[in-house]
Design a protein around this ligand. Structure first.
Ligand code: GDP
Ligand code: IMO
Ligand code: MG
Length: 430
């Protein structure tokens, strides 16, 4: 019996999960997404090609591996179709090695409409959702009225679809939302719906399976499985900075419910963090930088959302948040990305504690959104050296290794690898 290894984000998303999953894929037989949906944007780069995946697991470019979209994921069929087509243009036929759970829920066009309606109704308290319909779809799942991938095979699917759509439109009305002027990707709801319904036919051509049986059978057969997280611990529905979170369990616990495995089947937990920190959308972010250093991180790190194109908020690494994530996730190995972005920095800072009023703490307070938090910093000399071409850990600049050693000390977890460019080839294993 093998176990499922896990790779997930420890900050506010966009840590480089897609890239690292792609790099680790040769060591696995199956790559499985367990939560989230097209709010994710996972970037892979190799041979001069850049590719962004939203719903499809990041192992898809390795054609001899099986990729699974688990029951915990939510699927938007038209976005899924676009991903399948973009892969086909790059010579990858996803129908061959991608299996989809029949229990994964569907994002309807009107879920996307409700996402916009909810955000509009929030006024100044907007979450900054990616507007892909994530919140409303998970809401319907929990309310037991959602539609699942397997339902598309049933004779009464269209009838159930129409009922749910009508319910959504009534809700939009109560939110005073102007349905007629609403556009998705430049289309009216009706135009989009037509394409959405047509996209279901593509989805149905995939192997639709009871993925929990598939995954557990693979474990019994000694196959190696990697679970790929989306979003990150600080966006978790239970433990993130609620309500500025996504609507799924992004932490390791989500792997069990999102793939149908027992907790005892979880193996290594690889947590990934940037050498600094970013956040897209609203919500607390104590070490955020509003100065020139923040803009430099944004520009040098190309910190623009892979899904929405929005600029990401940038700041120094947040150790209280990182420790919290490591605790919740049971991280066994750390992976640090993007230190190369700070190559020219004279000084690099690390937020090691929060000061709230007169009290110093390294815990994430319940009142995370409401209290004023003064980040407490420890400073490090910048390494001021180009990292390109570095092949082993020992060859990294000493000042960078000092910084990395401090991350290990503060979290109590060993770094297993450091990524120094967007490209697949630039990962240094320790
Ligand atoms: P994900 O959502 O966690 O998969 O991350 P994203 O793809 O949204 O964002 C990570 C961004 O950083 C992408 O543009 C990657 O190509 C890029 N990236 C990943 N690792 C590195 C790295 O080590 N250095 C640099 N400079 N860029 C990286
Ligand atoms: P990956 O997998 C970064 C953020 C949104 C918003 C909040 C809720 O690429 O790391 P939602 O659309 O889920 O209702 O948005 O969560 N968010 C992400 N931020 N990376 C992501 O995914 C994200 N997915 C959602 O910006 O603040
Ligand atoms: Mg991303």
């Amino acid at each position: 019996m093998t176990k499922v290894d896990v790779l997930l984000g420890l900050q506010w998303g966009d840590e480089g999960k897609g890239k690292i999953v792609d790099v680790l894929t040769p060591g696995y037989d199956v790559i499985a997404r367990f939560q989230g949906g097209p709010n994710a944007g996972h970037t892979l780069e190799f041979n001069g090609i850049k590719h962004v995946l939203h719903i499809i697991p990041s192992g898809i470019f390795h054609t001899d591996k099986i990729n699974v979209i688990g029951n915990g994921v939510i699927i938007e069929p038209r976005i899924f179709l676009q991903e399948v087509q973009a892969l086909a243009e790059k010579g990858v036929d996803a129908t061959k090695n991608l299996y989809v759970s029949k229990k994964a829920h569907l994002i309807l066009p009107t879920h996307r409409l409700l996402d916009a309606a909810n955000e509009q109704a929030k006024g100044n308290a907007k979450i900054g959702s990616t507007l892909k319909g994530i919140g409303p779809t998970y809401t319907d799942k929990i309310a037991r009225c959602g539609l699942r991938v397997g339902d598309t095979l049933e004779f009464d699917f269209r009838e159930r679809y129409e009922m749910l759509k009508a319910q959504h439109l009534r809700t939009a009305q109560t939110l005073m939302f102007d349905v007629n002027s609403f556009r998705i990707d430049g289309m009216t709801l009706e135009q989009y719906e037509e394409q959405w319904l047509a996209s279901l036919e593509t989805l149905k051509r995939f192997q639709l399976i009871n993925s929990e049986y598939f995954i557990n059978r693979c474990l019994r057969e000694g196959k190696r499985i990697l679970a790929e997280g989306a979003q990150a611990a600080m966006l978790d529905i239970d433990f993130g900075s609620y309500p500025f979170v996504t609507s799924s369990n992004t932490v390791t616990a989500g792997v069990c419910s999102g793939l149908g495995i027992a907790p005892s089947s979880v193996g290594r937990v690889m947590g990934i963090a940037k050498a600094y920190c970013t956040r897209v959308g609203a919500g607390p972010f104590p070490p955020e930088l509003f100065d020139e250093t923040g803009s430099r991180l944004c520009q040098l790190g190309h910190e623009f959302g892979a899904t929405t194109g929005r600029p990401r908020r940038c700041g120094w690494i947040d150790i209280p948040a990182l420790r919290y994530a490591c605790m919740l996730d049971g991280v066994t190995d750390l992976i640090i990305t993007k230190p190369d972005v700070m190559n020219d920095f004279e000084q690099v800072r690390m937020c090691t504690a929060y000061k709230i009023g007169d009290t110093l703490t390294d815990e994430i307070p319940f009142e995370y959104n409401a209290v004023e938090i003064k980040p407490q910093y420890v400073d490090f000399a910048g390494w001021q050296q180009d990292l390109s071409g570095t092949a082993d850990y020992a060859a990294l600049p000493e000042k960078l290794r000092t910084y990395l050693a401090a991350i290990e000390r503060e979290t109590g977890i060993n770094i297993m690898a450091v990524s120094i460019s967007p490209d697949r080839k630039d990962v240094i294993f320790k």
